[in-house]
Design a protein around this ligand. Structure first.
Ligand SMILES: Cc1cc2nc3c(=O)[nH]c(=O)nc-3n(C[C@H](O)[C@H](O)[C@H](O)COP(=O)(O)OP(=O)(O)OC[C@H]3O[C@@H](n4cnc5c(N)ncnc54)[C@H](O)[C@@H]3O)c2cc1C
Length: 344
């Protein structure tokens, strides 16, 4: 994969090395995964392969076998962009380990963390993040899944939908209403092992891209008191903090898909002969697609860098923006001087 953006000052030497390693690894791995296999098997295989290669270590902090003290947003972005370029399901398998484990990383107690996080990093446990409901998507505060005190523990009832890894997950981070308040208040997070009675995979949802997805019913699902992740009523905050870590990486994954589409389009345009030349020689085909991609890469890198540092992160972002802006202006001047519009 083309990696010129790694020269930007948003990244450090370790990021450049990581992106190169993941690229070589994914290029070798992706052709091995047969498209004829069912999506659950393929997804499990990707989780195992990502774990063996050590890539899932970027989903948990160092004290649970992770690669850095805290989750590094730029590493997550680069891994996702590179995996998405080579295989969408590989990106999905990686991202969901991080997203599903996120609430435990951020708010879990020592027992929850030691029970699950090392397993997430070494692929022994597949994670899922169960927030959305049929009537609570963007509007998370509308969720109605309920957790009630039950003996010494909790009883969960409700419906979660669009749950990635639904049906193959080993545990679900479930968000449920515990308080009487409405909206974002009174929501709590729970870690629920998939084999808990009352966790029902009610429907597998088919989508075009291979992706294990399900509607999960919680029907009198009883968990112990220590299943609560973080403090009671802190669930909305935990969900948003988790999503915040992975938000920039959604853009990075989209860039990987777009870069792949561009490379395939350019290869086709260069080989397709017409009117005594190739399609790539026609003016229209050479228009500014690559430039649009560069702008979006800059946005993802900027956002990830901003997340990774406190004040230093934002200073580095400003320096990176200035440097890229100067390069773009210089390239624009060069292109105007030479009349160049090439596909690159
Ligand atoms: C492939 C896939 C995987 C998923 N995996 C998971 C998962 O693992 N866990 C999980 O919990 N959920 C998951 N989801 C659910 C996802 O998080 C929701 O789809 C998302 O929150 C949007 O909710 P919705 O689909 O109900 O759309 P809606 O909330 O109904 O939104 C409809 C439209 O309204 C727009 N909109 C939202 N707010 C506003 C506003 N204030 N003003 C104007 N427009 C607005 C939205 O951008 C969207 O275009 C997944 C979804 C998909 C498609």
């Amino acid at each position: 994969m083309e990696h010129s953006h790694l020269d930007w000052p948003f990244f450090e030497a370790s990021h450049r090395a990581l992106a190169g390693d993941v690229d070589c690894w994914a290029e070798e791995q992706a052709p091995r995964r047969s498209r004829d296999r069912d999506v659950d098997t393929l997804c499990r295989e990707w989780v195992g392969a990502l774990a063996t290669a050590g890539h899932l270590r970027h989903c948990v902090p160092a004290r649970f076998g992770g690669s850095a003290e805290t989750l590094d947003s730029r590493s997550i972005c680069l891994i996702r962009e590179t995996l998405a370029y080579h295989d969408g399901l590989a990106d999905f398998a990686f991202a969901m380990q991080g997203l599903g484990a996120g609430p435990i990383v951020l708010g879990g107690n020592a027992v929850q963390q030691s029970r699950w996080l090392a397993k997430v990093a070494d692929g022994r446990a597949i994670a899922a993040f169960a927030l959305s409901e049929p009537d609570a998507g963007s509007d998370v505060g509308a969720l109605t899944t309920r957790a009630r005190h039950d003996g010494g523990g909790w009883r969960l009832d409700g419906c979660k939908t669009w749950i990635s890894n639904g049906g193959i997950a080993d545990f679900y981070c479930v968000f449920a209403r515990t308080g009487a308040e409405t909206g974002s208040r009174g929501i709590s997070a729970f870690v629920v092992p998939a084999e808990t009675p009352g966790v029902i995979v009610a429907e597998r949802i088919g989508v075009i891209a291979p992706h294990p997805l399900a509607r999960i019913e919680l029907d009198g699902c009883r968990v112990a008191s220590d299943a609560l992740v973080g403090a009671e009523g802190e669930g909305f905050k935990l969900a948003m903090q988790t999503l915040d870590i992975f938000r920039a990486s959604v853009g990075a994954a989209a860039l990987g898909f777009a870069r792949r589409a561009l490379d395939l389009a350019v290869a086709h345009a260069r080989s397709r002969r017409m009117f005594g030349a190739t399609l790539a020689d026609r003016e229209l085909a050479a228009a500014g697609l690559p430039r649009g991609l560069a702008a979006r890469r800059r946005k993802a890198a900027h956002d990830a860098r901003g997340r990774d540092g406190e004040d230093g992160g934002h200073r580095m972002c400003a320096a990176g923006d200035r440097c890229i802006g100067a390069n773009a202006r210089r390239r624009g001047r060069d292109d105007r001087t030479s009349g160049r519009t090439s596909l690159s």
